[in-house]
Ligand binder design. Structure first.
Ligand code: 9UX
Length: 72
């Protein structure tokens, strides 16, 4: 199964921030695709919800020192 999670991400200040989030999420089990947009402060994470929940994705980002909220 696949779910597309669209996020607002806060606290990114340079391209390395974007790359760091992408790298960590890409190696998280259950994450299929990840794109982080520094300019727009957004992210898109396609994942298998049976393996990783939206909450866990957001907590992984928060663990890196950024904020992450589901886009409304
Ligand atoms: Mo750039 Mo981001 O120097 O956590 S890496 S501000």
């Amino acid at each position: 199964d696949e779910n597309e999670l669209l996020l607002d991400i806060g606290g990114m200040h340079c391209a390395a921030c974007q790359a760091r989030i992408e790298r960590v999420l890409a190696k998280t089990p259950g994450v299929r695709e990840v794109q982080v947009n520094l300019a727009n402060n957004t992210g898109r994470v396609v994942h298998d919800p049976a393996l990783v929940s939206p909450r866990a994705v957001k907590e992984a980002i928060a663990g890196l020192g950024f904020t992450a909220h589901t886009r409304t």
